[in-house]
Design a protein around this ligand. Structure first.
Ligand SMILES: CC(C)(COP(=O)(O)OP(=O)(O)OC[C@H]1O[C@@H](n2cnc3c(N)ncnc32)[C@H](O)[C@@H]1OP(=O)(O)O)[C@@H](O)C(=O)NCCC(=O)NCCS
Length: 154
């Protein structure tokens, strides 16, 4: 697969329809960090979209959506005691992983967030995602229950 065939574009409300199913599929094997069922996934995705519709991007190949990211430019971090950028969810469908699409989506979100501080939470055993974030400059912070907070500082 050629990375040049991938387009990253702003997501629309119409695109949201596919997201819950993609989310459920993406968390197979790491269910403890995902949503319990498709209805919860629908509500979760809708909530993420409403937080900051301008900060929702999709990765597409020949018109097919194969990944997405939700971020928020106006997130208040209890841990930083200030407003920061936040990355809330990222998914790449299993068949297209390890090709750099996750990195492309995060870089797009970081550009849109345009913030000197970016926070995210990731499952502590989600090694793949943690490694990806570390490669992009995020640092491990607090562990709260099964979640690890990570922060990028420009
Ligand atoms: C986390 C997730 C989004 C990563 O997506 P991805 O597209 O596989 O990410 P990337 O390809 O950019 O990077 C992953 C790995 O592929 C490697 N890679 C990137 N381009 C590559 C290429 N052309 N050839 C081979 N490997 C490549 C990267 O170096 C990285 O490897 P590493 O982890 O050994 O360092 C994906 O695994 C996913 O959807 N997981 C389930 C949902 C989830 O956990 N989301 C995070 C919630 S916090």
């Amino acid at each position: 697969m050629k990375v040049e065939r991938i387009t990253i574009r702003k997501g629309s409300r119409e695109d949201l329809q596919k997201m819950p199913h993609m989310l459920m599929e993406a968390y197979r094997g790491i269910e403890e960090y995902g949503e319990k069922d498709i209805d919860k996934a629908r509500r979760y995705i809708e909530g993420l979209y409403q937080e900051d519709p301008e900060c929702f991007f999709v990765a597409e190949i020949e018109g097919e959506i194969i990944g997405f990211i939700f971020c928020n430019r106006f997130w208040y971090s209890k841990f930083e005691h200030s407003q920061v950028g936040a990355i809330h969810e990222i998914v790449v469908v299993p068949a297209y992983r390890h090709e750099g699409i996750g990195k492309m989506l995060i870089e797009k979100a970081m550009e849109a967030l345009n913030s000197s501080k970016i926070e995210l939470w990731v499952g502590e055993k989600n090694k793949e995602a943690i490694k990806l974030y570390e490669n992009l400059g995020f640092q491990r912070k607090e562990k709260i229950g099964k979640w690890l907070r990570m922060v990028y500082m420009a």
